[in-house]
Design a protein around this ligand. Structure first.
Ligand code: ATP
Ligand code: MG
Length: 393
């Protein structure tokens, strides 16, 4: 690292910066502050969840040169919590400060076409797909990819930017509905279940990982994560860990990376996508592991040693969407029954400080920990019932 980047490790007492002020940034800020760092957040929203708890909050756009200069002036190193941050902003910051993950890795994760090409280079299989950037590529799509899911190559999250198509005619309409932006068409796979793995890779190439999570999505949004030794066959867990490490190593990645997988009926694994940051499916690490994904983000950014995390408790996480703040049939505001939830053993409530609940908006999550998986699942099921959520499958 050149001298204008200062010395590593960056020790507590220094200031760590983060681009993006959402809940992931907020939990990063909490982890950094707990370890004695000062924090700086850049986010255009004056009420952003991370900005409200940070020592410094710069509210400008992510591409604002003046805002970026202020961030570089305050922070000794900078990370991101949000993969749609413009890669040029990270490159700009990287001239002055260590930035992790680096702009090229984030640029790949921002583009499904580049991302799938990277998975292929790392020898990790993804769903059969075709890149659709031109009318000629659209016309050449093979029937074997149908029925399929058309996904915009950029800017999708929580299932947004996705359309299911059964026929070639539907595919044509769907691509036109995107405004003919670059897309991928993926074959619709019969999923047995979904899982993800979080790895952290240091500047020295050391890679550590958490045990793989089993994830349940509803309407394209993560709803439930379960992590205990019975959550998936050991061979599947091992293949997911190996795949995620290969993907991180192939990028020369520095930071926390989450890789999402589909598990098919025959037990085979295909990679779905990666997130170049801590992930919703890794929130359980805060209470169920001896080191959390956010602490590892701090350590990778600061150039501190990584330690292999140990999960000490089985865990189930439930996402809390804004729908919980409205009665089922109409839009009458209601208060979720937190007192009853918190009366149960091993319940950990996280709310992100978002002022306005909206349907589908991630407002917080609950993690349940306990002595054994059966007990933790039973309590999570009880709470799902209490909050009016569908049963924990
Ligand atoms: P996020 O970034 O929030 O994870 P996203 O908008 O990037 O979501 P994907 O992860 O691509 O979306 O897909 C969302 C969900 O849709 C998946 O978790 C899975 O349940 C389903 N899905 C996506 N692709 C396929 C596929 N090829 N076959 C079957 N199901 C799929
Ligand atoms: Mg996803």
């Amino acid at each position: 690292m050149s001298s204008n980047h200062g010395d590593l490790p960056i020790l507590p007492g220094a200031t760590l910066g983060v681009l993006g002020g959402g809940q992931l940034g907020r939990m990063f800020v909490h982890a950094a502050q707990r370890m004695g760092y000062f924090t700086a957040v850049l986010d255009p929203d004056a009420d952003s969840p991370a900005g409200r708890v940070s020592h410094h909050h710069i509210h400008t756009d992510y591409g604002d040169v003046d805002g970026l200069a202020r961030l570089a002036g305050l922070a000794d190193a900078v990370t991101t919590e949000f993969e749609n941050v413009p890669a040029p902003s990270l490159e700009h910051l990287a001239v002055a400060r260590p930035v992790a993950p680096a702009a090229p890795a984030i640029a790949i994760a921002q583009d499904r076409i580049a991302e799938k090409a990277h998975f292929g280079r790392c020898g990790v299989a993804c769903a059969p797909y075709a890149a659709i950037e031109t009318a000629a590529q659209l016309a050449a799509v093979e029937d074997r990819l149908l029925p399929g899911i058309l996904k915009t190559a950029r800017l999708g999250y929580d299932g947004k930017g996705q359309q299911r198509v059964r026929t070639h005619a539907e595919l044509v309409d769907a691509w036109q509905a995107t405004g003919c932006v670059p897309c991928v068409l993926e074959q619709l796979l019969p999923l047995d279940f979904e899982c993800s793995v979080i790895v952290a890779r240091g500047r020295d190439g050391q890679v550590v990982h958490f045990p793989p999570q089993r994830n349940l999505h509803r309407d394209g949004i993560l709803a439930v994560t379960e992590v205990h030794p019975q959550n998936m066959p050991k061979t599947v867990a091992q293949a997911a860990i190996t795949g995620a490490k290969n993907i991180a190593n192939g990028l020369g990645y520095v930071g926390v990376l989450c890789v999402e997988f589909f598990v098919l009926a025959d037990g085979s694994l295909v990679v779905n996508e990666m997130a170049p940051r801590p992930h919703n499916s890794g929130h359980y690490t805060m209470e169920a592991c001896d080191v959390s994904q956010f602490e590892l983000q701090v350590r990778t950014l600061a150039g501190l040693p990584l330690a292999m995390p140990r999960q000490h408790s089985p865990a189930v996480m439930l996402n809390l969407l804004g729908d919980l703040w409205f009665s089922a049939g109409d839009d009458t505001p209601v208060s979720p029954r937190w007192s009853e939830v918190l009366a149960l053993p091993g319940a950990h409530l996280h709310l992100y400080g978002k002022i306005e609940p909206r349907r589908g908006r991630k407002m917080g999550h609950l993690t349940f920990t306990g002595a054994d998986a059966g007990q933790v699942r039973a309590i999570a099921s009880q709470v799902a019932l209490l909050l009016g959520l569908p049963p924990v499958a």
